[in-house]
Design a protein around this ligand. Sequence first.
Ligand code: SF4
Length: 333
Amino acid sequence: MSPWVLRGLRNGVVTTRWPARPDPYASGWRGPATVLDPAAGEGADGLEGLCPTGAISTQPDGAGPDGAERDGTQPDGAERDGAERDGAERDGAERDGAERADRGRVRLDQGKCILCGRCVGARPDVFGWSTGPGAAALTRGGLVVPEIPGTAENLAAIRDGLRARTAALQRSVHLRHVDAGSDGAEEQEIYALLGPVYDVHRLGIFFTASPRHADVLLVTGAGARGMIAPLRRTFDGMPDPKIVIAVGTDAVSGGLVSPSYATTGGVSDTVGVDVWLPGSPPSPFSILHALLLALGRLPTVQQTAVQQTAVRQAAERQTAERRTQRRDQGEGQ
Ligand code: SF4
């Protein structure tokens, strides 16, 4: 039985107010693996071999894990983001220098993480789980932890460029979804957005069947070669300004099965991606986060800090209440 049914029966209130109000459930979602201590793995052999998708690297080379390098090789998206990429290239020499100093430390590309848990199980001192909905990034390199030097500097320019493009999409936004070789997991989470719990309509966000009416393209799947032409046609049929969100690890990097004879290794080989959302699958909260990030509608950093404090306090209150209940029950027996 879905946990949401039990939650609805217990609480009587089902629609989340996130991100306008904190939601402890949003903060409790498990995201892709992350690096707890990059230096803890220094000198340790076999860390890279832990990961079935090659997300873990101990010797950063060039622009970090190879998926991150594809930022500069996208069609359309690359053209749209030309100015930002120039900035990234200018910073390349400095970044290379910093990475040479960083050599030997552990890096993890969340864009390739399928949440299998092998790294966390084998080396809990080095790896852990990220939590909360904020998994999406505006650059492919932004999914690498710890952050590649130079990423933060370019982010502001990219965010400004995206905000300028999406300025017209403030009140009502229409989404078109294309499955480019998905296993169906991401679709379940996307459909959940339409249910009473997330109710994406409350944010003025709607799904449409026609690319002509769509502002945002949600793409799932590892980039099946048979879907290259349909995906391209959908993208070309959308009016400007249009935003592309790669939903899920498969769409970001191809996941376990890419590249292969049947898949291209992520959807960025076919359409330019504006927002990268890892997760296998990402939670509905994370998809909401990616949408609001793309539309420039996320609360400010200050508000977010206040929310996080409120969420932590609410979680602590719930834990204390549960502990009291358990103690009372124990005394009653
Ligand atoms: S959880 Fe699995 S896929 Fe993700 S980084 Fe760890 S080993 Fe790789």
